[in-house]
Design a protein around this ligand. Structure first.
Ligand SMILES: Nc1ncnc2c1ncn2[C@@H]1O[C@H](COP(=O)(O)OP(=O)(O)OP(=O)(O)O)[C@@H](O)[C@H]1O
Length: 300
C-alpha cells in the first residue's frame, strides 16, 4: 500500500535522509522510531509529497506521491508534527474547512471522534492548549476515513487518558483495514498498535522489527540468591542455563542473573537442587530492546 524506495534528501550541511526504504502492507500499522533529528518528519514530508526527493520514490496505492500529489492526498489522512492553523478559526470552522477540502458530507464519523476525544469545537484555536489542538488535528486526519493515515507524533501533548483513547481509535480503524504509518517516541504506544516498526538514526534505517515476534521473544530475567558461594558456583557450572554472576551488595547473598526465554522447566528443576533464599523476576521490555538500537551504530 505504501512503499518508500531508496529515498534520499541531503540538506545543506549534510543532514537529511539517505537511501531510506521500507514498505507497509494494507491494514498494517507501521511504527517509525528514532532519536530527535533522525529524519522521521523529513521522511514523512516526502511520503506526503510535500518535498521532492533528491533520489528515490514514495508510492501510495501505486501512485508516486510527488508526481501525483493531488490524487494521493485524497486517499491519505495526515497529522503533521506541528499543525498550522489559520488565525481566527475555531475547532469547528477548521474542521468544516477540512471537510470541504476532503469532500466529507456525512458528519457522523467526525462527531463520533469529537465525542471520544472530548473537546469543545467552539473554542477559538488560538485559545486551545497543545493537547486540544492535537485532538482537532486527529479528527481532521481520521474523519474522511482515508485508506492510509500518516501520523507524526500523534500523542504528543495528549494526557495519558487521551493517549489510551487515541490507541483505541487506531485499533478500531486498523480493524477496518486502514493502513498506518506513525512516528512516535512512545514505546507503549508502538507496542499496543504496531505490527512492525522501523528505527531510523542519522537519516538511515538501522532496523525493521516485527513487534509480534519481539513480544514472543521477550525474555524473563531471574535474579537468584543462593545459600552460599559454592552452591552458586555449582549452579553456574552445571545448570546449562544462560547465567551470569551479579556483583554482590553488602548484606545480600551470592547472586546470579538467569535469562530464560519461553521454557521455564529447566530453570525450575535446576534451582530446586540448591538452597535458594530469594528470586527476583523482571521482563525485558520492548523499550530495552529498542534503546539498544538507539545507542548502537551500524545497519541491520
Ligand atoms: N528544511 C531543512 N533544511 C535543513 N535541514 C533540515 C530541514 N529539515 C530537517 N532538517 C534536518 O534534518 C535532520 C532530520 O530532521 P527531522 O525533522 O526529519 O527529524 P525527526 O526525526 O523528525 O526529529 P524529531 O524527533 O526531533 O521530530 C535534522 O538534523 C534537521 O535539522
Amino acid at each position: 500500500m505504501l512503499t518508500v524506495e531508496h529515498l534520499t534528501k541531503t540538506f545543506p550541511g549534510g543532514k537529511g535522509i539517505f537511501d531510506v526504504s521500507f514498505s507497509v502492507k494494507q491494514g498494517e500499522v507501521f511504527g517509525f522510531l528514532g532519536p530527535n533529528g533522525a529524519g522521521k518528519s523529513t521522511t514523512i514530508r516526502h511520503i506526503m509529497g510535500f518535498m521532492k526527493p533528491d533520489q528515490g520514490v514514495v508510492k501510495i496505492g501505486g501512485l508516486d506521491t510527488w508526481k501525483e500529489q493531488g490524487k494521493v492526498q485524497s486517499m491519505v489522512g495526515y497529522l503533521p508534527g506541528e499543525i498550522a492553523f489559520f488565525d481566527g478559526m475555531t475547532g469547528k470552522s477548521f474542521l468544516d474547512f477540512m471537510a470541504k477540502m476532503q469532500g466529507v458530507k456525512e458528519p457522523s464519523k467526525r462527531n463520533h471522534l469529537i465525542e471520544l476525544l472530548q473537546f469543545d469545537v467552539d473554542t477559538p484555536i488560538r485559545k486551545m492548549s497543545k493537547g486540544m489542538k492535537q485532538k482537532v488535528g486527529i479528527v481532521a486526519a481520521f474523519m474522511h476515513e482515508p485508506a492510509v493515515i500518516i501520523l507524526d507524533e500523534p500523542t504528543s501533548g495528549l494526557d495519558p487518558l487521551m493517549q489510551k483513547v487515541f490507541i483505541e481509535i487506531v485499533l478500531a480503524e486498523k480493524a477496518r483495514g486502514t493502513t498506518f504509518l506513525m512516528s512516535s517516541h512512545s514505546f507503549p504506544e508502538i507496542e499496543r498498535t504496531c505490527d512492525r516498526a522501523a528505527i531510523i538514526k542519522d537519516g538511515r534505517i538501522i532496523a525493521v522489527k516485527n513487534i509480534h515476534e519481539l513480544q514472543s521473544m521477550q525474555r524473563k530475567l531471574f535474579e537468584v540468591t543462593f545459600g552460599d558461594v559454592s552452591e552458586m558456583r555449582a549452579f553456574i557450572n552445571t545448570s546449562g542455563l544462560q547465567v551470569e554472576p551479579v556483583a554482590q551488595d553488602s548484606g545480600s547473598g551470592p547472586r546470579v542473573r538467569v535469562a530464560v526465554q519461553g521454557n521455564y522447566d529447566r530453570f525450575v528443576s535446576e534451582t530446586a537442587k540448591y538452597r535458594v533464599s530469594n528470586i527476583d523476576i523482571s521482563t525485558q521490555n520492548l523499550e530495552d530492546i529498542f534503546m539498544n538500537y538507539y545507542d548502537r551504530e551500524g545497519t541491520a
